[in-house]
Structures are given as structure tokens and as C-alpha cells.
Design a protein around this ligand. Structure first.
Ligand code: FRU
Length: 464
């Protein structure tokens, strides 16, 4: 079985892709760089691929931006845009001799060509697990670089006034589960809905390691806290899941997004089985871009995610048959319907069930069937997320070939999964505990080939 290509998510035309890198809004375009193998569709020869988009839904792929060299792979990192338009990239040089250190490159043509710094690596702790630099502008001036000491489960912080000289300011961690490495940190200052408040949030990805590694695999988390003397601090004693699905990893935000919005892209993959996902000649895709914010619910700040969506379509009720590229807006009367179940079945022998249970207060997504079983022994199964806040009676499902993202509670509960429904039409059956059938509004997505001017435009991401 080969899974179909997504149409409105970023995926390379060919070869392997993992983490988003160097996300930056420059010259009126959204630039996404990404971990890329220029020579095949397995992980290796890591380099930075490059794509750009006018609207975050139509992507044009460009030539490889930063290419691996003998003895050195180019691992994850970030880009910041300077006041004069110069783009500065920070990335991890992963040397064959076992050292990971941070290097720098600059571009004066909007990200298309790059000059690596002769002084590279510019930050070296002679560590074998020091990676994923994310540079952010700090209020009041200057820059902060976050990177991980992955095995120690620590985020290390460096401050700079000129993007050249870096001074270590401290570290955050460890906390949360052991037996994982920490990867791809980001630090965002998010608005609290309905207030003029803002709070700092650390984004973090964790990947289980070792012989008895957790079969659930890799996942993204967040921590709410404060920025104090160049270091993130938080009274939190645990990491909170950012996305309750199996396939959301390494998410980071765009530098210089209009209005200061925190727009995140994540890799829709899981290191547990990413290498066997049956797609060709490409492998790997990004999530929909999501604008991040905070909502105070029962006195606690929760991360909320609002996807950038293609425009909606017609309203239907009950069972519908759709092309596997659609936005489904499912609504019901929370007082009358009880548990709501949506079953997705495609031409492959596989099913996906999305179940909203107002009594258990859970939203779950399960993958089942032979096509799911054969992909990997740990692929099939169920994931349940706690519902937060009052029951809204609305869930948005975004299906784009093998990618399914489920948003509920107005962005407070999110589950992202790869699915194996196949390339043909998908049947959606909505049912409820009572005979009040939920309404399903299907937005058949018309976003097609990248760069096609005839396609409908999406809504712009909400400014923070
Ligand atoms: C996360 C990660 C990063 C690393 C990159 C290598 O998925 O392991 O820590 O920089 O992928 O491709």
C-alpha cells in the first residue's frame, strides 16, 4: 500500500523530511526550511530543504538551502530576520566524530542562498547531544538562544546583543518522564484570550530512548512559566501534552510573523515508525500551521491552537462520502446527543474512529484495521484526550490524504495522526447515543497544486 500525497500541507516532492527548521516570514512570504535528505527517502545526509508560501497552504519547494558536507550533517535550528533584512540561520553541526555544536549562516537574498560562517561552529560545548538552537528576540532588545542538552533533559539558554557573542544564562530542566531525550525547544510569549495579559510558554519535544523505550513514541509538550534574567523558569512539576495524537513532533514557530502571532508548524511523524510510513518517492509532512494562544480555564492557563484552514463547504447530515482532502466541521446539540461517534473508512482496510464522550469527558481517536496493523506493530491503537472547559458540541476534522488533525474545545484539545485510509473516497458516518444525528459540514478542499493562482485563498492567521 502507498499512502496518497497531502494537497494543502507541506510535504517534499520527493525524499525524506522531518523537523521544521528556520521558519521565518520574510519579503511577504512564509519560508519553511526542514530536515531533508537530498539523496533518498530515509533519514540520513541531513540538510535543510526549503519551501515558501504566500498563505501557509500553497507551498512552492526550492533548492536545498544548507547541504550536508563530508563529516558534517546539518541538524535542526532556526532563522531570525534582522532589521536590514539579513536572515541569520543557526543550526546544529552534527559531526561524524560525535560532537554536536551550533553553527551560523547568513542570507541576503531572502533565504535562497546562504553563506556559512568561517568561524563555525560558533558555539561548542564539546557535547555529543547539544542541538536544535532556536533564537528568539527578547522584549527590551537582544536575542536569546535556546538549545537542548538532549540526554540531560535540559534546555540551555544563551543571550546575545549581536547574534555573534553568546553568554550562557542558565538552564531549565530536567522534569517530566525519564527515558527520553529532549529536542527542538521554542519559547513564545502568548496572549491570554479575553485579556491584555501575556505569558511565556516553553515548547518541547521528547523522544523515548533505550531498549524498553515507550512504544507510544515521540510527542510534543508545553510548560507555562516566566522569563527571568535570560532563563525560562516555571513552578510546573510536569510537562503538559501539546497534542494528544501520535504524530505531532518538533513543532516550532515562525520568526517575524505579522502582528507578532505565534504560528507553529510541526512534523506529522513519530520516530517510533516514521521510517516505515509507506509513501514514495516522498516521506514526511508538516501539520497545518497553527496560531498559538492561551486560555484561562478554571484558573489554569491552557495552550490553544487555531489552524489556518482552507474555506468551508456545504452542509450535510449523517453519512457522507468525500475525497480524502477535506475540512469537516461537525456540530451537535451537546444537551441532546450524548456520546458522538464519527467513523472514517476508506478503500484501504482501515478505519479511524473519533469519539466525543461528554460523560467520561474525553475525545479519542483510534486507528484500526489491517492497513494500520501492517504499517508497524505499534501503529494501531487508541489515544484519548481529556476535554477542557464547557462541552461545545463542535469538532473540526482536517483530512489531507494520510494526515488527520482533530480540533475540539475551540482549539484547546488537539489530536494529530497519520491515517491509512488509502487514496480513494472516504465514508464519514456520524452517529450519536440518541437519535439526534450530528450535522457534518464538509469543506471539500480545493487547494490543489502549489502555486496555482486559481485556487481559493484561505483566511489569514489571527494576529496575537
Ligand atoms: C528531532 C531531531 C533533532 C535533530 C534532528 C535530526 O526530530 O532528532 O533533535 O536536530 O531531528 O534530523
Amino acid at each position: 500500500m502507498s499512502l496518497p500525497r497531502p494537497r494543502f500541507h507541506l510535504a517534499p516532492a520527493q525524499n525524506w523530511m522531518n523537523d521544521p527548521n528556520g521558519l521565518v516570514f520574510a519579503d511577504d512570504r512564509w519560508h519553511a526550511f526542514f530536515q531533508f535528505n537530498p539523496e533518498g527517502n530515509d533519514w540520513g545526509n541531513m540538510s535543510w530543504g526549503h519551501a515558501s508560501s504566500p498563505d501557509l497552504l500553497h507551498w512552492d519547494e526550492h533548492p536545498v538551502a544548507l547541504r550536508h558536507r563530508p563529516g558534517e550533517q546539518i541538524f535542526s535550528g532556526s532563522i531570525v530576520s534582522g532589521d536590514d533584512g539579513t536572515l541569520t540561520a543557526f543550526y546544529t553541526s552534527a559531526y561524524d566524530r560525535g560532537i554536536q555544536a551550533q553553527s551560523r549562516a547568513t542570507s541576503v537574498d531572502g533565504g535562497f542562498t546562504w553563506t556559512m560562517d568561517a568561524a563555525n561552529p560558533v558555539l561548542d560545548r564539546t557535547s555529543s547531544d547539544f542541538r536544535d538552537p532556536k533564537v528568539v528576540r527578547v522584549p527590551g532588545g537582544g536575542w536569546l538562544m535556546l538549545a537542548v542538552e538532549a540526554v540531560e533533559r535540559r534546555v540551555v539558554f544563551y543571550a546575545s546583543d549581536d547574534l555573534t557573542a553568546w553568554r550562557e544564562t542558565g538552564s531549565f530542566g530536567p522534569l517530566g518522564p525519564e527515558g527520553v531525550v529532549w529536542e527542538c525547544p521554542d519559547l513564545v510569549r502568548l496572549p491570554v484570550e479575553g485579556t491584555t495579559e501575556r505569558a511565556w510558554v516553553l515548547l518541547l519535544s521528547t523522544n523515548p530512548v533505550g531498549d524498553d523505550a515507550d512504544p507510544e513514541g515521540s510527542a510534543m509538550h508545553y510548560v507555562v512559566g516566566d522569563l527571568d534574567d535570560g532563563v525560562f523558569r516555571s513552578p510546573a512539576v510536569d510537562l503538559r501534552p501539546l497534542d494528544h495524537g501520535r504524530d505531532c513532533y518538533a513543532g516550532v514557530t515562525f520568526d517575524s510573523a505579522p502582528g507578532g502571532a505565534a504560528v507553529m508548524l510541526a512534523w506529522m511523524g513519530n520516530w517510533r515508525y516514521a521510517h516505515v510510513v509507506p509513501t514514495s518517492p516522498w516521506r514526511g509532512a508538516m501539520s497545518l500551521p497553527r496560531t498559538l494562544g492561551l486560555r484561562r480555564i478554571d484558573g489554569v492557563l491552557h495552550l490553544v491552537q487555531h489552524p489556518v484552514l482552507p474555506p468551508p463547504g456545504a452542509v450535510e447530515t449523517g453519512a457522507v462520502v468525500i475525497e480524502p482532502h477535506a475540512v469537516l466541521d461537525v456540530r451537535w446539540d451537546p444537551g441532546a446527543t450524548g456520546t458522538v461517534r464519527l467513523r472514517l473508512e476508506g478503500e484501504a482496510d482501515a478505519a479511524v474512529d473519533v469519539v466525543h464522550d461528554p460523560v467520561a469527558r474525553t475525545l479519542s481517536v483510534s486507528r484500526s484495521g489491517r492497513a494500520a496493523d501492517v504499517l508497524h506493530p505499534d501503529f494501531a491503537g487508541i489515544r484519548s484526550a481529556p476535554l477542557v472547559g464547557p462541552t461545545s458540541g463542535a469538532v473540526t476534522l482536517v483530512l489531507d490524504g494520510p494526515l488527520l488533525e482533530v480540533f475540539s474545545d475551540d482549539g484547546a484539545t488537539v489530536l494529530s495522526h497519520l491515517v491509512t485510509l488509502g487514496a480513494g473516497p472516504v465514508t464519514i458516518a456520524a452517529s450519536a447515543e440518541t437519535d439526534v444525528v450530528p450535522s457534518v459540514r464538509v469543506g471539500a478542499v480545493r487547494v490543489g497544486a502549489t502555486g496555482d493562482p486559481a485556487q481559493e485563498g484561505p483566511a489569514a492567521p489571527a494576529a496575537a
